[in-house]
Design a protein around this ligand. Structure first.
Ligand code: GLN
Ligand code: ZN
Length: 763
């Protein structure tokens, strides 16, 4: 039986972000509807041809999207929320982009993270009497479009159970899965239309089948696939981001023609699967990492596939990436600045398909056609295990020597608190900000000019110092208690540090879609992390020299640096995280010597790193909090350690947040009107905390009364003498006038709280 080389999805943004530029051009009116669609068609054609050239036997379609694949399903299934009913004709790009981006009359649909990736999808909105109907022929059109080009594709759909579970139902107590029976007929119709167009296989993505499921979700899977059986098309049920684990029986019982498993994230025993799968079911093994950028160890993968072939007997076998390649950049060959040694270790989307194809050839007895790909893999592996750019003995020794004393402060929080009160002498309800101040065009332009070499170091330095002068003068005038230097020298909170650390590399074109037209270029952590010299002390020292009030130094935490990078896969993530922590530990010590009385270590991505399966949470939270403490616990008792978190809901990880043992945490809270505070009813947070009282993502500046109300609510569940007053997040995207207004209100709110508290005490 020949083994097929397949793909589950290709990045659609384009190697040079062509789709980003085109959609943004369309939104700004520079491009007509027809011009945007031409570019879309051109990209699909290019990507299909590229996959064919790579030697794939199965090429996906309907993996293209102008914004988001979940939004495409919303449009296809006719689940357009009522408020968009009169915008566009429901089938065109006007309605589509209105749902994604909102209009003056209709706010955008909610967006959230796609499982544990950095991709964000549009959250389907349902109501209890939700009506579904087949409302777009996108999947069929794209299948036919590829066929015209002579390419027979396997269309990709998000399966009905995952589609519902991804969504939210407005009116409780109904749950999204209650809508399954209404939804299934539309899926059946869609599948029949695909069959009529000539499709023989459809890839149906059900990532939830690899998550923790309750009884009702398991039932829903059974009902859904019983309901879709007999539609005349063969379904490849694709799971990813985790193994099946306890859902194995369920997955093997479903009446589908094939099952895709993520063999990078999951390690379900293939013999157990083989015992349960139907003898003619196709098995697709995701053996090439769809979420990271390292070249595979092809010899080891081949061996694994040979064993799988034994175990699976006569069943047709497909080789695939672990998940859609949406999460990796398009093509390594566009990189101009990576050195050869490092570049040889990497594989982006295109290179991953070449690996899949080489594996299939080797298994099909055409190994000689794949020889050079295998040789490259062997050479890389050797280089990765021996290169001294990757392995630094001093770093390894230092990590091995870390002991329990290195992750605890000198004294417990109550003792530190007294020392810090004496040292910092702050009023009740102390006010502060999260770190960055407005990054004006002038700041961005000057920084870019310096990076290009158009202005010299001295000029740049004095420019940043003038910004700091202004920032300090501003904060003193407004009346803030703990000041910041403003982060004018930083472009991005991870990149800034990554560029100063050994072990990090940066690409020219390693873009990955984050949401809609927004792309990110994650750094690559390729080797042992070391800090060759101090990274931030000069700015802190300067800022502190301008004022008698404490200036809080700013660092990005180890977990966040890990979470927002492509991380080496040749050692546990926890080891890499602790190496970053050790580098930051030295920076914390240097900042303290440079005169910092408060140091903030930001961990906005702590919650994002939480594993998908509950059984894995504790292990992660242990090493993540331990890394933070390794970075910070070098600080003496009198140095106040702050941390900051945002972008997530934190209620379910409060004990871990407490385990960071930061003296103060500032945490996003105002957007959800202090829902966060519910967590404090059951959990007594032991240290100081500043729940954000200004949602900096909203264009509105709240009044000081509104801020006071939020603080009063916080004071109803948290001791008044442990509350801080601060915004939700950094201010770099805001402009100076609104920052001035909002911070003036914020300081007024803190003063009101101080007065009302002293009245309570004297009463
Ligand atoms: N210190 C950073 C800032 O103020 C924190 C950014 C963040 O939380 N994402 O910009
Ligand atoms: Zn933040």
């Amino acid at each position: 039986m020949t083994i097929q080389a397949t793909n589950l999805g290709f990045p659609r943004i384009g190697a040079r972000r062509e789709l980003k530029k085109a959609t943004e051009g369309y939104w700004s009116g520079r491009l007509e509807d027809g011009e945007l669609k031409d570019i879309g068609r051109e990209l699909r054609k290019r990507h299909w041809s590229l996959q064919a050239e790579c030697g794939l036997d199965v090429i996906p379609s309907n993996d293209f999207s102008y914004y988001d694949q979940v939004l495409d399903m919303i449009a296809m299934l006719g689940a357009i929320p009522e408020r968009f009913a009169d915008i566009g004709d429901g089938k065109d790009l006007t309605t589509y982009f209105a749902m994604a981006r909102g209009t003056d009359q209709a706010p955008a649909m909610e967006m959230t993270k796609w499982f544990d990736t950095n991709y964000h999808y549009i959250v389907p909105e349902f109501c209890h009497d939700q009506h579904f109907s087949l409302s777009s022929s996108k999947a069929i059109d794209e299948f036919l479009e590829a066929r015209e080009l002579g390419i027979h594709t396997r269309p990709v759909l998000i399966g009905p159970v995952s589609f519902l579970l991804l969504g939210k139902l407005r009116d409780e107590p109904c749950r999204p899965l209650d809508l399954l029976q209404r939804l299934l007929p539309v899926y059946r119709e869609l599948l029949q239309r695909l069959v009529a167009a000539g499709a023989d296989w459809v890839q149906i993505d059900e990532p939830f089948l690899a998550m923790d499921l309750d009884e009702s979700a398991r039932d829903a899977f059974q009902q859904a696939y019983d309901g879709l059986a007999g539609s005349g098309v063969r379904l490849l049920l694709a799971t990813y981001f985790e193994g099946l684990r306890d859902n194995r029986h369920l997955a093997c019982r479903l009446p589908v023609a094939g099952l895709h498993l993520d063999r990078i994230r999951g390690n379900d025993h293939l013999d157990e699967l083989a015992a349960e799968l139907h003898p003619d079911q196709t098995v697709s093994l995701g053996v090439v990492d769809g979420r990271n950028i390292w070249r595979s160890d092809l010899d080891a993968t081949l061996e694994l596939l040979e064993q799988a072939r034994e175990l699976l007997g006569q069943r047709p076998l497909q080789i695939a990436p672990s998940c859609s390649l949406l999460h990796v950049p398009v093509d390594l060959s566009l990189e101009r600045h990576l050195d050869d040694e490092l570049a040889a270790m990497l594989a982006f989307g295109r290179q991953k398909l070449e690996e899949i194809s080489a594996l299939a050839r080797a298994l099909n007895g055409q190994g000689d056609q794949a020889r050079s790909t295998f040789e490259d893999s062997r050479r890389t592996l050797h280089a990765r295990s021996s290169s001294d750019r990757i392995h630094n003995t001093a770093v390894a020794q230092r990590l091995a020597a870390v002991g329990p004393d290195d992750v605890v402060r000198d004294s417990s929080y109550p003792v530190r608190r007294k020392v810090q009160q004496a040292h910092l002498n702050l009023p009740g309800f102390p006010t502060t900000t999260i770190g960055s101040l407005p990054q004006t065009m002038e700041v961005r332009r000057t920084r870019a000019a310096w990076r290009r070499g158009d202005i010299d170091d001295a000029t740049y330095r004095s420019f940043i110092e003038r910004q700091i002068d202004h920032a300090i003068e501003f904060q003193e005038r407004i009346g803030l208690d703990v000041l910041v230097h403003g982060e004018f020298e930083r472009n991005d909170m991870v990149e800034y540090f990554g560029e100063k650390l050994e072990g990090f590399a940066f690409t020219d074109n390693g873009w990955v879609q984050s949401y809609g037209s927004r792309c990110v270029k994650p750094p690559i952590i390729f080797g042992d992390v070391r800090r060759p010299e101090a990274m931030t002390t000069q700015w802190l020292r300067y800022a502190q020299s301008c004022t008698r009030r404490p200036v809080k130094a700013m660092l990005t935490g180890p977990v966040t640096m890990l979470q927002w990078s492509f991380v080496r896969d040749d050692q546990p993530r926890s080891d890499t995280c602790q190496q970053i922590a050790l580098a930051l530990r030295d920076e914390v010590a240097d900042l303290e010597s440079a005169g910092a009385r408060a140091i903030q270590v930001d961990e906005p991505a702590l919650r994002e790193g939480l594993p998908l399966r509950r059984a894995d949470h504790d292990d992660y939270l242990d090493w993540a909090t331990c890394s933070f403490r390794l970075a910070t616990s070098v600080a003496g008792n009198s140095t106040q350690i702050h941390t900051h978190m945002c972008y997530s809901e934190f209620n379910d990880i409060m004990p871990a947040i407490a385990a960071l043992d930061a003296d103060v945490i500032s945490i996003e809270a105002s957007r959800s009107a202090m829902e966060l505070l519910d967590a404090f009813v059951d959990f007594d947070y032991p240290n100081e905390i500043g729940p954000g009282i200004w949602d900096i993502h909203s264009p509105r500046v709240p009044s000081s009364e509104a801020m006071t109300r939020l603080l009063e609510r916080a004071a109803s569940v948290i001791d008044r003498d442990r509350l801080w007053v601060n915004p939700d997040c950094g201010l770099k995207t805001r402009d100076w006038p609104e920052v001035e207004q909002a911070l003036t209100h914020l300081v007024a709110a803190a003063r009101t709280m101080r007065e009302s508290t002293s009245q309570r005490h004297s009463a």
